[in-house]
Design a protein around this ligand. Structure first.
Ligand code: UDP
Ligand code: MG
Length: 316
């Protein structure tokens, strides 16, 4: 039977933990009774250097409830790193791992569907929000704009999918090959490939406590997502440089005409031409340097160049 690990990053979540553990235990017990999960399935809580009683609670619950497991990070490393720590701990112990937030905003009712898709051969199952009417207009607007912007920059991410997903053993092994430090998991997972599917769900509000993702962290996360997956901004610099150089030719002609028709002040034409031409050249050169920096950047990430799904070799 399928060994399922729930991986739950927690940062200062003492207010929600008892209820989260209660609901997830109930869920897991039903899954085990229904034969959907093995009895060795676990909930793995990752304490991301919390300053409150989160870790004490995890310790206490794990002594009473065999399904509760914990990992404590030495300090706060952020949601993505905490999640990775949990997934890498689960790797090798489970058949598949499901990542979810401690506040259970993501509907745990669809977990059965996740596991069934895994049993049907999907290695990655993405939880996708079917609507965003629970969000504030600001969050909805910025989030959706962001997904579109990422797509325009050529980054392959799943629209309206956050970090609620199932990953099978093989996908976890592949994830371990990505050595980058600036983690943006929702960008990496689609790069892994394998058969995948989507499960749609409604997202509810946090039932207690407050968001651990203030605007500042969210902005950093958004910038990380772009700069870790796209070198297009560097290409844009080159293109602007080329356009400025081309414009300088037009200015050159315009300045010459003004100069000979006597309608310009002395010195204006030469300054005008130099500004456009030199500005354009500089921008173009920065863009060229940027292209190399972009290459160094992608090399330095040591990403795997391929991940094999299947191999067939007959000995005959
Ligand atoms: N989280 C974490 N480390 C952090 C910030 C957040 O592990 O530095 C966890 C948090 O405990 C929660 C999840 O990340 O389980 C998502 O955070 P939150 O629900 O506050 O974000 P929101 O839903 O408001 O975007
Ligand atoms: Mg939340």
């Amino acid at each position: 039977m399928t060994v399922v690990y729930f991986v739950i990053p927690c940062y200062n979540e003492e207010e929600v933990l008892p209820e989260t553990i209660r609901r997830l235990t109930e869920k897991l017990t039903v899954m085990i009774e229904d034969g959907l999960a093995d009895d060795s399935s676990r909930m793995l809580f990752v304490d991301d250097g919390s300053k409150d009683r989160t870790w004490e609670l995890i310790e206490q619950f794990s002594s009473e409830n065999k399904y509760v497991g914990g990992v404590k990070l030495s300090r706060n490393r952020g949601h993505q790193n905490a999640l990775l720590a949990g997934l890498m701990t689960a790797k090798g112990k489970c058949d598949c791992a499901i990542s979810l937030d401690a506040d259970l905003q993501d509907d745990i009712g669809v977990i059965d569907e996740f596991v069934r898709k895994y049993e049907d051969g999907c290695e990655v199952v993405y939880g996708v929000r079917s609507s965003r009417d629970k969000d504030t207009a600001f969050k909805r607007g910025t989030a959706q704009g962001y997904y579109k912007f990422m797509a325009a920059l050529g980054v392959d991410i799943v629209y309206n999918h956050a970090d609620y997903r199932l990953m099978g053993k093989r996908a976890l092994d592949a994830l371990a090959e990505y050595k980058e430090v600036n983690l943006f998991l929702r960008g990496i997972v689609p790069l892994i490939g394998f058969r995948s599917d989507y499960v749609y769900y409604e997202r509810s509000e946090r039932f207690a406590g407050e968001s651990k993702y203030p605007l500042k962290k969210m902005l950093k996360f958004a910038v990380d997502g772009i700069t870790s997956f796209s070198v297009k901004p560097l290409k844009i610099i080159s293109n602007v440089g080329i356009i400025s150089c081309l414009l300088s030719v037009i200015f050159f002609v315009y300045a010459l005409i003004s100069f000979f028709s006597g309608s310009s002040v002395a010195g204006w034409a030469s300054i005008m031409c130099s500004i456009w031409f030199l500005g354009g050249m500089q921008m173009l050169c920065i863009g060229i340097v940027g292209t190399y920096v972009g290459k160094i950047y992608s090399e330095s990430k040591h990403r795997p160049r391929f991940i094999i799904d299947q191999t067939i070799i007959r000995d005959e």
